[in-house]
Design a protein around this ligand. Structure first.
Ligand code: SAH
Length: 330
């Protein structure tokens, strides 16, 4: 039962001579604990309006070079119906931190989508305990909120005017309310150390996160991090593989940022510990506008076509698409 220490994780991240063995082990542990099925989650990016100041993110409030959009509740529900008709069993609602979507508006959207007999994941940032509680009562099953980094100094630098403690609090609130809770971090932020990535992974274990999304940082030209180096694909893949080895039966997406940095990056991730893909099912006109980082790998096909092409890809690596809702450890 590998339960690595901070030092051991740091050493693995540092040493590149045994990467193939690491990825193979993560792939085996994935197979033994969650099987060969891949869960497809239909991702609806319903608003790119955001009041946050995260230095790396293209949606940050100070970015004036972005065309903002906000989908009406009925249009969000239409996207969800479209995805369900194409075969999706989970819908993920993601957005910037857009206060237009009050507790009551969100609850209405949530309960309408839950009528479609799907699992529902939210990823709409930091909200109050009361809001999280209401969303859960309305039917939300899961929540994604990456800690981004557990290095509190780096967190402060990357998130002016935000509070690390509040983010932590949100994560513990979500757990307490019975959500399947997703966390994760960015790999390759300026001045991030390997030690701090090791701490991120230990934190995921301590939180007993149900889902972990790990992606390389990609520098956005309309943010203060313009011109900084992108995160390293292999390092992100290694952090993901170690997370699989340590948390075993959780759900781990092959992230879009990995696909963006490297052709076939997502497929490589699926063979190194990942078991989930989150294809974009937002209306076509909006997909390109949700530009958290440049060059985001978004599909040009319609929802059904894209799903079919992914199914083919999945079959070609000897895996299959799950027909279930894909809760942890199923
Ligand atoms: N408002 C929501 C969703 C944020 S966008 C929330 O706060 O959770 C989803 C994720 O995109 C973020 O958690 C972050 O890890 C990632 N992201 C943002 N900017 C990025 C960049 N420049 N490169 C790579 N990933 C980025």
């Amino acid at each position: 039962m590998p339960m690595f220490t901070k030092k051991e994780i740091t050493d693995i991240l540092k040493d590149n001579t045994q990467n193939t063995e690491l990825f193979r082990l993560a792939d085996r542990i994935r197979q033994e604990n969650v099987g060969d099925e891949i869960h497809l989650r239909g991702l609806i990016e319903f608003s790119n309006i955001c009041h946050c100041t995260c230095k790396y993110c293209g949606l940050r409030v100070a970015n004036k070079n972005i065309e903002r959009y906000r989908l009406a509740p009925d249009d969000i529900i239409l996207c969800a119906k479209n995805a369900v008709n194409a075969g999706y069993k989970t819908i993920v609602l993601q957005s910037g931190e857009d206060i237009f979507y009050s507790k009551d508006i969100m609850c209405k959207i949530i309960s309408e989508i839950k009528n479609l007999d799907v699992a529902l994941t939210l990823s709409i940032g930091e909200r109050s305990f009361k809001d999280y509680k209401a969303f859960k009562a309305a039917g939300a099953d899961r929540y994604l909120l990456r800690i981004e980094t557990t290095d509190t100094n780096l967190y402060k630098k990357m998130h002016p005017n935000m509070d690390f403690k509040n983010r932590l609090n949100c994560l513990y609130n979500l757990k307490e309310l019975g959500y399947e809770t997703g966390c994760g971090s960015l790999i390759g932020l300026p001045d991030q150390t390997l030690e701090s990535i090791a701490c991120d992974i230990l934190f995921f274990k301590e939180l007993n996160a149900d889902m972990i999304g790990i992606g390389p940082f990609i520098a956005h030209p309309d943010t203060p991090l313009i011109g900084t180096k992108n995160g390293d694909f292999t390092l992100a893949l290694k952090a993901m593989a170690i997370t699989r080895i340590m948390l075993k039966n959780i759900n781990i997406p092959a992230t879009t940022a990995m696909e963006t940095l490297k052709p076939n990056g997502r497929t490589i991730a699926l063979q190194s510990g990942a078991n989930v893909i989150m294809p974009n099912v937002t209306t076509k006109e909006c997909r390109k506008k949700y530009e958290i980082y440049p060059g985001k790998a978004t599909p040009d096909e319609d929802v059904r076509e894209y799903r079919n092409s992914l199914e083919e890809k999945i079959k070609s690596i000897g895996r299959m698409v799950s027909k279930g809702h894909g809760f942890r450890g199923q």
